[in-house]
Ligand binder design. Structure first.
Ligand SMILES: [Zn+2]
Length: 545
């Protein structure tokens, strides 16, 4: 009895030379005649890449094979069947379990014999190599273009045009827009405010429209510091979908410094990256908008969550009472006691008003700030050394993993790449923090009595109208717990005009007793510990703002 066969032919869209479907089918038909096979069906996939498994008719063929109605799949060439050794072996094993064998016109082998199987493997191995080579040569071509600063397609980013050779050149008017964008974000303005200003000035996007409050892609674009990045987008997964939130591992990306004319300086660019990182962080850990003065600044000493303002009815008269309460009570109970809101607000306000924003305290503040600054510098030096050691370590680890990639099985490749990406993420975050710290150090302004007076005056001027804003500017956080209240002040406003990156703090402590009952206190500064403590037996009346 003549054995039955189906044909499988595939044609990919890429420009490489290959046999047409018609040609493949002709050869297969010829082959079947000489080998005494009856063709009972054909499966054809067109214009799809051989590296993915999303070949619709191939998949259908694999399913149909289970019915055992035919004995062979005949292909013109093994690389039409699969271009990866591991996939081919996988499918071959599967087919074998349904009693189906693969035959190739070009690689005429019998996979029943050891020689056939071996030849099979080698041939497919070569196909895989071929695909990798192809990728490499495409990449090389793109790299060549990138090196010449040429575009690899698409519209140029805002701030650039293409010249006649498709090389990126600066569009001066748009470049000005880009500089405004980076400048405003580096000074802490919101996307919305930025969009408003740009539209007011009748500036426009690359597409010619008004700006919407989304500048993320522009702010992340490394072309603005002259870097040409190619091959960042992630390849399709085996199911043919693309994960747009992901990006390739760093070693797969081509980065060429100084390949594009620069629009933004490094300092501004890295400062913006740090701000974006922090905004993302704040987005994940939002501070509540609240009518209560200290909500958002408070942190529970017991569980770390943010206490919020609340009204409780307690006591004999059931009179409503305003308290700060750890909201974590709602889910997993936190046994932190409520804090009387009026007392806590009063203590904090009094301190800020009498010790931080008071002209007569400026000389004392100057000494404290100098000490804080000194501490920050020596601490930063240590931290930066640690960071740069860690970056070096990570670089080494990444290099080792990258060198292993070519040796491992394909199934392992993804795992290693994911690991590399994890390391790279840590490395890049560290690098941004390192640069930010470096820039911050160089930007720090040495405080003087005059500058302190100015800061105090400015804060006092806005204190009445926007007490919450002023407090948020000067207070980093207030940790409340059973032992008392611990406030971490932010000295940034005194030290530089834009306290964006570093939080230079010094501490204030209030004993629990004070917030609960005692309303008379005076603080003194402990220069050794950089902390304000209530003076013993002091009697100063609490004042409200
Ligand atoms: Zn708590």
């Amino acid at each position: 009895m003549r054995k039955k066969a189906v044909c499988y032919a595939r044609f990919s869209s890429s420009k490489q030379r290959e046999e047409s479907i018609v040609h493949q089918l002709e050869k297969i038909t010829e082959y079947c005649k000489t080998h005494n096979l009856t063709i009972v069906g054909q499966y054809i996939d067109e214009a799809q890449s051989g590296t993915t498994d999303r070949r619709t008719n191939f998949q259908k063929m694999m399913v149909d094979a289970e019915a055992r109605e035919w004995d062979y799949i005949v292909v013109y060439k093994m690389d039409r069947f699969s271009r990866s050794v591991s996939d081919a072996l996988h499918y071959q094993k599967l087919l074998k379990s349904h009693g189906v064998d693969i035959l190739s016109v070009i690689e005429d082998f019998d996979s029943e014999t050891p020689e056939g199987g071996f030849f099979n493997l080698i041939t497919m191995g070569m196909s895989q190599l071929y695909v990798q080579n192809l990728r490499r040569s495409v990449m090389a071509g793109l790299l060549q273009n990138a090196k010449r600063g040429m575009a690899t397609g698409g519209i140029p980013p805002l701030g650039y045009d293409f010249d006649v050779n498709m090389k990126l050149i600066i569009n001066e008017y748009e470049a000005e827009t880009v500089r405004i964008i980076f400048d405003m974000i580096s000074r802490g303005h919101s996307y919305r405010k930025l969009a408003h200003r740009l539209n007011e000035e009748c500036r426009h996007t690359k597409e010619g429209g008004p700006f919407k409050a989304n500048f993320h892609d522009i702010l992340k674009n490394r072309k603005y510091i002259g870097e040409y990045v190619y091959n960042r987008s992630i390849p399709k997964r085996s199911d043919g979908k693309r994960n747009t939130h992901d990006s390739k591992a760093e070693f797969e990306i081509v980065r060429l410094p100084n390949a594009v004319p620069r629009i933004v300086d490094d300092i501004t660019f890295y400062k913006v990256q740090e701000i974006l990182r922090q905004r993302e962080h704040n987005h994940r850990h939002p501070r509540l908008k609240s009518k209560y003065l200290l909500t958002g600044l408070l942190q529970c000493e017991v569980c770390g969550h943010s206490p919020i303002g609340n009204v409780t009815a307690g006591g004999r008269n059931k009179t409503p009472r305003l308290v700060y309460v750890c909201k974590n009570k709602i889910n997993t109970p936190c046994h932190q006691k409520d804090f009387n809101m009026a007392n806590l607000d009063g203590v904090v306000k009094t301190f800020i008003k009498k010790y931080l924003l008071a002209k007569n305290k400026a000389p004392e503040l100057l000494i404290i700030l100098k000490k804080v600054l000194e501490d920050f510098r020596s601490h930063s030096a240590i931290k930066m050394a640690q960071m740069s050691n860690r970056i070096e370590e990570l670089d080494k680890d990444i290099n080792v993993l990258v060198s292993q990639i070519s040796d491992v099985k394909r199934s392992m490749e993804r795992i290693i790449i994911d690991e590399i990406k994890g390391l790279e993420k840590e490395r890049n975050n560290l690098f941004i923090q390192y640069r930010a710290l470096e820039i911050d150090l160089s930007n720090l302004v040495k405080p003087t009595l005059k500058s302190i007076y100015e800061t105090i005056k400015q804060a006092n001027d806005t204190l009445d109208n926007e007490p919450k804003n002023v407090l948020r500017n000067f207070i980093d956080r207030i940790i409340i717990g059973n032992s008392g209240v611990h406030m971490i002040l932010n000295s940034g406003p005194f030290l530089s005009t834009e306290p964006l990156v570093s939080k230079l703090g010094f501490d204030v402590s209030f004993p629990h007793e004070m917030v609960r009952k005692v309303k008379y206190v005076e603080w003194e500064y402990d220069y050794e510990k950089i902390v304000y403590k209530p003076k013993k037996d002091s009697k100063v009346k609490l004042e409200s703002l």
